[in-house]
Design a protein around this ligand. Structure first.
Ligand code: HEC
Ligand code: HEC
Ligand code: HEC
Length: 453
């Protein structure tokens, strides 16, 4: 061997060794030793209560409780473009849950998406947001989970194809997309704004639904809150691309997030109904902080947008004449919808003027199809909005005619295309959702979460 080829060979060896070591460092995580499940009285009541509120903000029940199943016992299929991932049992059961997890193991899962045994977890578990949660809040969440009822519920096999079914692959995703920084307060902003920013970017993971994702399933950082997809719903844009006919402000956001309804915006449905249901039980100050921060994300409306919003509101508040046209859509609307949506009827049956609905002015008709098919169901023990579902009484062709008519009459946006297909997809999704969805808004998944400890 010549001197130079020896040099090259050893150079390659060094690169290979360094590469292997780097790959190993990226992929490998140690096992964290098992502990005996801590006794419930090891945690004080105030800490558990704080953990309960944080778990509600983080929507842990939404993904970790199957409808009609035991609280936090996991097993919910979470569909992703890459296959179905089942949520884990996060009750303190020693065998099938996280009973043997130390707090350090729990914190590592929240922050790095790694389980106690050192395996990488899929980012369907939104640790790309939870990574920003403070040590103190992780401590309270741990106390809350470790004092739940242990449930014996083995994990279910994910349905993902090769190579994504290999957990080491996830470490590559993390290298590209996981930013582990803790929240740095912005000194130029109020304490309330900072609290809101901390919750929204971290535990509340609002962007997990409201931000569009790239081909590898990561949120697009340069399109924050520009609107995303979840379970056949559009999670509307909440930034300056919002299609809400009346621009959102902090007070409206607060009322909507707290109660699930606002007179100028209507009601929260689908996955958002669950978010709101959880927020209804957390400290008022936290919901207000979220609203203040989100109002800043949506930004002050331009003078044009403000004027249009005011005009729409004025129009919506004076009940209009029924439309003079007699197309199929107009006839169905007049017969099935107008009596509740155009009469200033009070709640529970009075729906907002459809001119105020983001579902009608939205870039696609999914959410409108979903709400007309399923209606809006009552929340137990509250004077909440009620609308019947029309899945059984209006067929696909009639539904398409109705949606096209509603779009043309109540929004200033161009017509939608492919409405009939959307209606068919919505019917299919609804059938699937009824089988697999987490508890609906009117049935809090965890009664213990709601009671005051
Ligand atoms: C959007 C759905 C979703 C939400 C919201 C969610 N999780 Fe999960 N979580 C999952 C899924 C799916 C997994 C399984 C990931 C895997 O197998 O790789 C998981 C896994 C976990 C694990 C690892 C358990 C194990 O045995 O490996 C922990 C701990 C956990 N979640 C805690 C939480 C907590 C605490 C919250 C609320 C603050 C929460 N999750 C909210 C979907 C979710
Ligand atoms: C699990 C997914 C999901 C999460 C998490 C989520 N949202 Fe939503 N959100 C949705 C969907 C879907 C809709 C549309 C619901 C509808 O059509 O009624 C929506 C609607 C909204 C609207 C109404 C917008 C409009 O113009 O009508 C607001 C405001 C909102 N979300 C704010 C938030 C905030 C703030 C958070 C975090 C605290 C959040 N969302 C978390 C899915 C989600
Ligand atoms: C019995 C009264 C009633 C009837 C009939 C009814 N609705 Fe509703 N609708 C409501 C109520 C109440 C709500 C929830 C409050 C709200 O969002 O305005 C609602 C909500 C909606 C929303 C969501 C508005 C938003 O963005 O929050 C749409 C869209 C809608 N209805 C369309 C229709 C259409 C189309 C028909 C006819 C096929 C119809 N409704 C029939 C009462 C009714």
């Amino acid at each position: 061997m010549t001197r130079s080829s020896r040099l090259i060979t050893s150079g390659i060896a060094v690169v290979l060794i360094a590469g292997t070591a780097t790959a190993f460092a990226i992929v490998w995580r140690p096992v964290i030793p098992a502990i005996d499940p801590p006794a419930p009285h090891a945690f004080d009541a105030a800490l558990i209560k704080r953990g309960r509120d944080l778990a509600a903000i983080g929507n842990c029940n939404e993904c970790h409780t199957v409808r009609g199943g035991k609280n936090f016992a996991g097993g919910l299929p979470v569909p992703t473009p890459f296959g179905t991932i089942y949520s884990s049992n996060i009750t303190p059961d020693a065998k099938t849950g996280i009973g043997q997890w130390s707090e350090a193991a729990f914190r590592r899962a929240m922050r790095d998406g790694v389980n106690r045994k050192g395996q990488h977890l899929y980012p369907t578990f939104p640790y790309d947001h939870f990574t920003h949660v403070s040590d103190e809040d992780d401590h309270a969440l741990y106390a809350f989970l470790m004092t739940r009822q242990p449930v014996d519920a083995p994990s279910r096999q994910n349905q993902i194809s090769f190579p994504l079914n290999r957990r080491p692959v996830i470490s590559g995703w993390k290298l590209l997309f996981l930013r582990r920084d803790t929240y740095q307060p912005d000194a130029t902003r109020s304490a309330e704004w900072n609290r809101g920013a901390y919750l929204v970017t971290g535990l509340a993971h609002c962007g997990a639904c409201h931000t569009p994702r790239n081909a590898l399933g990561a949120e697009r950082v340069n399109a924050r809150f520009a609107g995303g997809d979840v379970d056949n719903w559009l999670a509307y844009a909440l930034n300056d691309r919002s299609h809400a006919p009346v621009p959102w402000d902090a007070d409206a956001l607060y009322m909507y997030l707290r109660s699930g309804w606002h007179p100028d915006h209507g009601t929260a449905r689908g996955p958002m109904a669950q978010v709101v249901s959880n927020l209804s039980s957390v400290p008022d100050g936290d919901v207000r902080a979220i609203a203040v921060y989100m109002a800043d994300i949506s930004g002050a409306p331009t003078p044009d947008r403000k004027r249009e919003g005011e005009a729409t509101l004025a129009q919506a508040r004076s009940p209009s004449q029924a439309s003079q046209t007699d197309t199929a859509g107009a006839t169905i609307y007049a017969g099935a919808c107008a009596s509740c949506h155009e009469t200033n009827r009070p709640l529970p049956y009075g729906g907002v003027s459809l001119a105020l609905s983001t579902a009608v002015s939205s870039p696609d008709p999914r959410n409108l199809a979903n709400v007309v098919l399923a209606g809006v169901s009552a929340v137990e023990g509250e004077r909440s909005p009620i609308m019947p579902g029309f899945a059984d009484s209006i067929n696909d062709a009639q539904m398409s005619a109705l949606l096209n008519y509603v779009r043309a009459r109540f929004s200033k946006q161009p017509p939608w295309s492919g409405v009939e297909k959307t209606v068919q997809d919505a019917r299919r999704a609804q059938a699937a959702f009824l089988l697999t969805s987490p508890a609906p808004r009117n049935a809090p998944a965890d009664p213990q979460q709601r009671e005051k400890p």
